[in-house]
Design a protein around this ligand. Structure first.
Ligand SMILES: C[S@@+](CC[C@H](N)C(=O)[O-])C[C@H]1O[C@@H](n2cnc3c(N)ncnc32)[C@H](O)[C@@H]1O
Length: 255
């Protein structure tokens, strides 16, 4: 039997270090994998940026901002009304954080099959450890985000810089096309988008159907800054950098 080689970036001699999130929950979401190592034969492979799990502190602060200024004010509990979707779910850290924060419906879509496999194991671990709260559902779709069928009802899209400009445009076109054809009126089916490390922010801005509700730097906690800097510092090629904050934005689809 041949041993399957781990993706570059997931071996200790390639700079792999464990994030405290994994130690706390017994899951596997650490590591930094360059986009060029994530191709698995899909036409959109070249648009992948990288794999890196979102800093939990940034995630939680951004969700808090969304609840204050992005989510529909007349929903009593937006966490149970909206389906949260991690677009480019990687190993599932964003999904687990969304579940931990109390979203009832948590989806993720991931193109790379190895990462999707690791995410599925993490979701199982989460369930086996009894961390799912009342009626919470989690669903991981292995495939291309531009082909994902959105659920009916309110949707919160979460993107941690998954892909380059061309795919970002395709993804937005797909979301918009699905909402235009939606039978229910938009006021009962809002779509919002949170974007961490928003390199393709201008791609959204150019499309007049999206209204910005937030733009700003969201700080990493000290623990996340230390963990993320440690991984960055250990990269063999040193191609990625991280700061003590992430540049983020928030958008509402307005038809
Ligand atoms: C920076 S990682 C973010 C991981 C996860 N969202 C988190 O915050 O922990 C970006 C992920 O997007 C995935 N991705 C890139 N292009 C994609 C596509 N077209 N469809 C689905 N996933 C994609 C990559 O494989 C990678 O795992």
């Amino acid at each position: 039997m041949t041993k399957r080689r781990k993706l570059p970036g997931l071996r200790k001699d390639e700079g792999y270090t464990v994030h405290p999130f994994d130690e706390t929950y017994g899951v596997r979401t650490s590591g930094l994998i360059a986009g060029r190592h994530l191709g698995a034969g899909h036409a959109h492979d070249k648009q992948i940026t990288a794999y890196f799990g979102v800093a939990p502190s940034v995630f939680k602060r951004l969700i808090a901002i969304w609840r204050r200024v992005g989510a529909r004010a007349d929903f009593k509990n937006p966490l149970s009304e909206y389906t949260f979707i991690d677009v480019g779910a990687g190993m599932g850290r964003g999904m687990l954080l969304a579940a931990e924060m109390g979203f009832s419906n948590v989806w993720g879509v991931e193109l790379n099959p190895v990462l999707a496999g690791i995410a599925r194991k993490n979701l199982r671990r989460w369930k086996v450890d009894g961390r799912l709260q009342n009626g919470q559902r989690m669903k991981l779709i292995e495939g291309d985000a531009t082909e994902m069928k959105l659920p009916a009802g309110p949707v919160l899209l979460f993107l941690f810089n998954p892909f380059e400009a061309r795919l970002m445009k395709m993804f937005l076109e797909s979301v918009e096309a699905q909402r235009v054809g939606n039978a229910a009126p938009l006021n009962s089916n809002p779509v919002e988008l949170l974007y961490v490390n928003h390199e393709q922010d201008v791609t959204i801005e150019r499309r007049k159907v999206w209204a910005r509700f937030f733009k700003g730097d969201v700080a990493r906690s000290k623990a996340d800054a230390i963990a993320d800097h440690r991984i960055m510092a250990a990269q063999p090629e040193g191609e990625y950098t991280s700061a003590n904050h992430e540049e983020c934005s928030g958008w509402k689809y307005r038809e």
